[in-house]
Design a protein around this ligand. Structure first.
Ligand code: NCD
Length: 662
C-alpha cells in the first residue's frame, strides 16, 4: 500500500490535485442530483472529532459520507469523551484510528491537525486548526469560484475583514495564489494578514504586495486599514507570454496592458469579495477591541450599489454576525449559500480521493508540487529555539510532542541578518539572529558574510542557533570577538564631528525653518544631540521626529504588523535635516524619503542628510550625504561597528574583520 495522504494545509495539494478533486466533485454533484447516493464508501468509517463548534463543516462531511454509503463515528461534543478525563490528543487519535478509516478533526490549537496526522496510520483531514488553516473550506471556495467564473487564473479576489485570525483566509490566500488569482487584502483595523502568511505567499508563489489607499473604498473608510494589493504572478505567467521570444517592444506593451487591466479592475471591480466575521473567540488581550458595526467592514445593500461591485460575487465562509447583511441574500451576487451547498460534493470528492477509492492518491510531493528536497535539520541546530506562538499545539501539549522546524531561509534583504525557521506545526516564523559553534562554544551575530561558515558548521553538526544573545549566554556559549578591530573614530572625534555638523546647520540654514528627522534608532539619538547643541547655542527650539523606515524598505515583498512611525509635524516649506548613523547602500535613506512623502506631510523646501560614517564604496543608490564625519572604504571581509553612548554605553567606530570566526 502506498503511503497515506493527509490534508493538513491546502499547500499539501498540487494544482493538478486540486483540479482532480474538482472534476470528481462534478461527478459527485451529478450523483447527488440524480440518485442521491452511491456506495463508493460502503464499508468505510469516518470519524469526526470536533473540539470546536461547527455547523457547516461537520454536517457537510457527515452528509458527504452518508451519500457515499459509508458510516460515521462521532461525539456530539468532545467534552463527553475521555478528553474530559485528561486524555491527550495523540492518545485520542491513536485510539480512534483503530476503529475508523479516515479522521476529520477540528481543534482550537494551531498545528493540532499535524499532530493527529503524525499519530494516525489513516488519512487525516484538517477541518480547521486554530487560526492556522482550513483547507477543505478553501477547496469549496475555489470550487464555487470556478463554477461561477469558469476559471480561477487571472481573477481578482478581495479578502476582507479579520485576515489575522480567520484560518479560512490563510488557506484561501495560498489556494488563490497557487491557481493564479490576484489577491487584494482589505483588513479590518488591526487585523492584517499575518507576517508568516504574506512571507510564504512571497516566497512560494512569488506574490508581491503593493500599497493602494484605503480611501479607494469610501464606504469602508474608518473601518479598515490601508489596503495592499498583490499581483500574484510575474507578468509573463499572467499573460502566458513566451518571454524568450518576446522582443523588448512587445514585452513593454504586454506589461503596460497588464497594468492597465489591473488598474481598471481596482477602479471598476473585483471578481469576488470574500468577507469574514471577526474571530472573537481568538482575540487576545493585546488586540484592539472591535466594536461591531462601528469598527468592522460591513457588506450590505449600500455597499453593493458601488459601481465597483457591479459584477462582484459576494462570498463568506459563514457563520456571519454583523458584517454581512441578510438583506442582500436574494441578490444574485450573494453566493454564500451556494458555497455551503458545494461543501458536500467537494467533501465527497476529497473522501474518495484520500481513501484511494477512485485511484490511489499520488504520494505527497510527487504530483507536481515543488517541494525542495531538504536535509533533516539536526536537533542540535534548533535545540535552543522554540515556537513563540502561544496558540501553537506545541505550547499546549509539549511534553508529548517534539518541536520540529522547517529548514531555514535567508531573508533577501542584506540589512536583516537572521536565519528564518518556521514551526512545522503552525508555520510561525522564528528569526534566529545568533549562531554558535558547538565545538568552540562561541557565538556571534548572523552576518551575510558568514553564509559559507554557517553551512560548514551545519555539515559538521556544529551549528547551534539562538534568537537572542541572552539565550546563547544561558546555553554556556561565549561571544566570539573578532579582535578589537581597527578604531576609526573615538569618542572625542565623534562628539567633535557632531558639533561641526551643528555648526554647519546653524550657518547655512534659517533655523526657524529647520526640522530634524532621525532614522530609528541611532539616527534619532544623533538628531537629538544636534537639537540640544543648536538649542544651547542659539536658544532655538526645533522639532525632532523619529522615523522607522522598516515598512518602506524596497526589498520587502510582504506586509507585516510592524507599526509605522508617524512624523507629527508638517514639513511643508521646511528644511528637513535627515540624520542617520551610517550610509552604505543608500537604501535606508531612500526608504526615509519614501516614508516622508507617503505620509503626506507637505512639500519640504529641501532635505539634507547627515551621517557619522559614509561607507563610500558600498553605494547602490545615487544618494550622498551632505556631510559625514568620516568617509571609509570596506574590504570584502570587513564590517563596520558603530557604538553610541545612548544605546551601547560609548561612542566608537571600528572596522572588524569577519575572517576566522570558527
Ligand atoms: C469558518 C471556520 O470555522 O473557520 N467556518 C466554516 O468552517 N465554514 C469561519 C468562521 O468560523 O468564521
Amino acid at each position: 500500500m502506498s503511503a497515506k495522504r493527509d490534508l493538513i494545509s491546502i499547500e499539501d495539494f498540487s494544482k493538478e490535485e486540486i483540479e482532480e478533486i474538482f472534476s470528481i466533485a462534478d461527478e459527485m454533484d451529478e450523483i447527488i442530483k440524480n440518485k442521491g447516493r452511491s456506495d463508493l464508501c460502503y464499508g468505510k468509517i469516518m470519524a469526526t472529532l470536533f473540539f470546536e463548534p461547527s455547523t457547516r463543516t461537520r454536517f457537510s462531511f457527515e452528509t458527504a459520507m452518508q451519500r457515499l454509503g459509508g458510516g460515521i463515528i462521532s461525539a456530539p461534543d468532545m467534552s463527553v469523551t475521555s478528553t474530559k478525563k485528561g486524555e491527550t490528543l495523540p492518545d485520542t487519535i491513536k485510539t480512534v484510528s483503530q476503529y475508523a478509516d479516515i479522521i476529520v478533526i477540528r481543534h482550537p490549537r494551531d498545528g493540532a491537525a499535524k499532530v493527529a496526522a503524525d499519530c494516525a496510520e489513516i488519512p487525516v483531514i484538517n477541518a480547521g486548526d486554530g487560526k492556522h488553516e482550513h483547507p477543505t473550506q478553501t477547496l469549496l471556495d475555489l470550487y464555487t469560484l470556478k463554477k461561477e467564473r469558469g476559471s480561477i487564473k487571472g481573477l481578482t479576489v478581495a479578502l476582507c475583514g479579520d485576515l489575522k485570525y480567520a484560518r479560512s483566509i490563510h488557506s484561501l490566500a495560498y489556494g488563490l495564489a497557487r491557481l493564479g488569482a490576484d489577491i487584494v487584502c482589505i483588513p479590518a483595523k488591526g487585523h492584517q494578514i499575518p507576517y508568516y502568511v504574506s512571507q510564504k505567499l512571497a516566497r512560494k508563489h512569488g506574490t508581491k504586495l503593493r500599497r493602494t489607499f484605503a480611501s479607494d473604498f469610501k464606504l469602508l473608510e474608518g473601518r479598515i486599514d490601508a489596503i495592499y494589493m498583490t499581483p500574484s504572478r510575474e507578468f509573463s505567467e499572467q499573460l502566458d507570454l513566451p518571454i524568450a521570444s518576446a522582443d523588448d517592444s512587445s514585452l513593454t506593451q504586454y506589461i503596460s496592458e497588464y497594468f492597465t487591466r489591473k488598474m481598471t479592475e481596482l477602479v471598476h471591480g473585483f471578481d469576488a469579495f470574500y468577507i469574514t466575521r471577526i474571530q472573537r473567540e481568538r482575540l487576545v488581550k493585546s488586540d484592539k477591541q472591535i466594536k461591531p458595526k462601528e469598527d468592522y467592514p460591513i457588506v450590505d445593500d449600500a455597499f453593493l450599489k458601488d459601481k465597483k461591485f457591479e459584477n462582484t460575487l459576494i462570498m463568506h465562509p459563514l457563520p456571519r454576525v454583523d458584517e454581512l447583511s441578510p438583506k442582500i441574500d436574494g441578490d444574485s451576487r450573494a453566493i454564500y449559500f451556494k458555497q455551503v451547498r458545494y461543501g458536500v460534493p467537494v467533501r465527497m470528492a476529497l473522501l474518495t480521493y484520500l481513501l484511494g477509492l477512485r485511484k490511489a492518491p499520488k504520494p505527497q510531493g510527487t504530483s507536481g508540487q515543488k517541494i525542495p528536497s531538504r536535509k533533516m535539520l539536526s536537533s542540535r541546530e534548533v535545540g535552543y529555539i522554540s515556537c513563540n506562538n502561544a496558540n501553537c499545539i506545541l505550547n499546549d501539549e509539549n511534553e508529548f510532542l517534539t518541536p520540529e522546524f522547517k529548514y531555514p531561509h535567508r531573508e533577501k534583504n542584506k540589512g536583516f541578518h537572521a536565519l528564518i525557521y518556521s514551526c512545522a506545526y503552525c508555520d510561525t516564523e522564528i528569526h534566529a539572529r545568533y549562531v554558535g559553534n558547538f565545538g568552540t562554544k562561541k557565538y556571534t551575530k548572523v552576518h551575510p558574510s558568514f553564509e559559507k561558515k554557517i553551512s560548514d558548521w551545519r555539515n559538521r553538526d556544529h551549528l547551534v542557533v539562538f534568537v537572542s544573545e541572552g539565550e546563547a549566554e544561558n546555553a554556556g556559549f561565549n561571544p566570539y570577538r573578532a579582535g578589537k578591530g581597527r578604531l576609526v573614530l573615538n569618542e572625542r572625534q565623534i562628539q567633535a564631528g557632531i558639533v561641526a555638523i551643528a555648526y554647519q546647520i546653524e550657518h547655512t540654514e534659517d533655523l526657524r525653518d529647520v526640522v530634524f528627522i532621525g532614522i530609528e534608532k541611532e539616527g534619532t539619538a544623533i538628531a537629538e544631540r544636534l537639537r540640544l547643541l543648536v538649542k544651547a547655542r542659539k536658544n532655538m527650539q526645533m522639532p525632532v521626529a523619529k522615523l522607522d523606515v522598516y515598512s518602506y524598505r524596497d526589498d520587502r515583498s510582504f506586509i507585516d504588523e510592524h507599526q509605522e512611525t508617524k512624523i507629527p509635524f508638517s514639513v511643508d516649506n521646511k528644511i528637513v535635516v535627515l540624520v542617520d548613523d551610517l550610509i552604505a547602500t543608500g537604501r535606508t535613506a531612500r526608504a526615509a524619503l519614501d516614508a516622508m512623502i507617503d505620509q503626506r506631510i507637505g512639500r519640504p523646501r529641501g532635505v539634507k542628510l547627515f551621517v557619522i560614517i559614509d561607507v563610500a564604496n558600498a553605494r547602490e543608490f545615487p544618494i550622498h550625504p551632505n556631510s559625514s564625519i568620516k568617509k571609509i572604504q570596506l574590504g570584502k571581509n570587513q564590517i563596520v561597528k558603530l557604538g553610541l553612548k545612548e544605546m551601547d554605553g560609548a561612542d566608537e567606530v571600528r572596522i572588524l574583520s569577519t575572517r576566522g570566526t570558527s
